[in-house]
Design a binder for this molecule. Sequence first.
Ligand SMILES: NC(=O)c1ccc[n+]([C@@H]2O[C@H](COP(=O)([O-])OP(=O)(O)OC[C@H]3O[C@@H](n4cnc5c(N)ncnc54)[C@H](O)[C@@H]3O)[C@@H](O)[C@H]2O)c1
Ligand SMILES: [Zn+2]
Length: 382
Amino acid sequence: MCPQTDFDKPFGLSDNSQVQVELPGDRGYPIHIGAGLIDRAAEMIRDKLGERRCLVVTDTTVQRFYGQRVQEQLTQAGLVRDDILVMPTGEQTKNFSYLSFVLDNLFMKNIDRKTVLVALGGGVIGDLTGFVAAIALRGLDFVQIPTTLLSQVDSAVGGKTGINSPRGKNLVGAFHQPRLVIIDVDTLKTLPAREVKAGYAEIVKYGLLGNASFFRWLETNGPQITAGKAAKQEIQVQAIRTSCAMKAHYVAQDERDNAQRALLNLGHTFAHAFETLSNYDGSLLHGEAVAIGLVKAFQLSHRLGFCPEADVARVQAHIKAMGLPTSIQGRGWPLEALISTMFNDKKVMDGELTFILVKGIGEAFIESKIPTEHVRAVLEMP
Ligand SMILES: NC(=O)c1ccc[n+]([C@@H]2O[C@H](COP(=O)([O-])OP(=O)(O)OC[C@H]3O[C@@H](n4cnc5c(N)ncnc54)[C@H](O)[C@@H]3O)[C@@H](O)[C@H]2O)c1
Ligand SMILES: [Zn+2]
């Protein structure tokens, strides 16, 4: 493990310890993080869940890179027959048609309540497969093998599963925790650079919301995480480990997202509005929207008198240096459309805009009743 890191101690980690999501009953689970783990997935699944039939769900791109490797070991371990469902790549797959397609295929393959679903892919596959696991036969065990940086540090942990409705994103879903998460940083070598950077925005988010020394470490080490094939794997492992430990910490405090877990949404009220205005046409990835949202959350906090200007400048400089966007200038989105989209966000309570604000780097808090004119003003800022 890398030296000079003590920023994960407050979140329950010691040197080389495994990240564990602590939840009541049998809902807690380990998160294995390292290089080469995908080739030990079958062994880890068998150690954790015993000899069970496994059924893999993936997408066409991930199937091409990793599907066969995972299939082969599962087969050798006697855990799978020819069971793999390959979905089209992309956000469109998180819809009712593919939900019913997967369910239908599972029943055709005569699954039973002991069958384990294995989600192999990014957040789209994880969210869809997790939701299927939540509802098929009133609940199946499932394992997450996230293969994008975003899913490794965010969506694979915490048990939020679901699909989109024609009326909006993630409107249909369930809380259903995986039994095991296996994160292999080798998979990041094939991930397009733009997707890696977008995932990095969520890593920065953890530093900004509750871990100033982690953010300081990222200011130095960030470029090693996103450098593609030249990336330093031990730095990637450290960053993912701290991110997962922090997510696990907030999830353990508030599994169903009624209070403290909301801090994980730093930057997201803005980000969701940007994504809506971009029509999910591929011009703005979720992580890119989050990068801008983080800057806007800091600008808004400064404007309202909570956060020093120097911290806003540091955040903006780091996000820019990492090749991520920091403002919406040039996008042509009407301000009023953005504001009204924010009011339609599913997190709006009693018609009031609630934001996650900061007192500075690493000190997020929840604030409601934010006057709209301040939001409008920061949206216009560079
Ligand atoms: N459940 C949660 O808590 C949570 C949190 C954040 C985001 N999400 C959801 O996650 C989804 C986004 O996830 P994502 O960013 O991982 O997108 P994604 O699953 O669409 O993956 C992005 C792209 O990368 C490809 N890919 C995946 N792994 C690869 C690899 N190792 N090498 C090469 N290509 C690879 C995919 O085929 C896809 O084209 C959204 O639907 C979002 O709503 C959920
Ligand atoms: Zn996010």
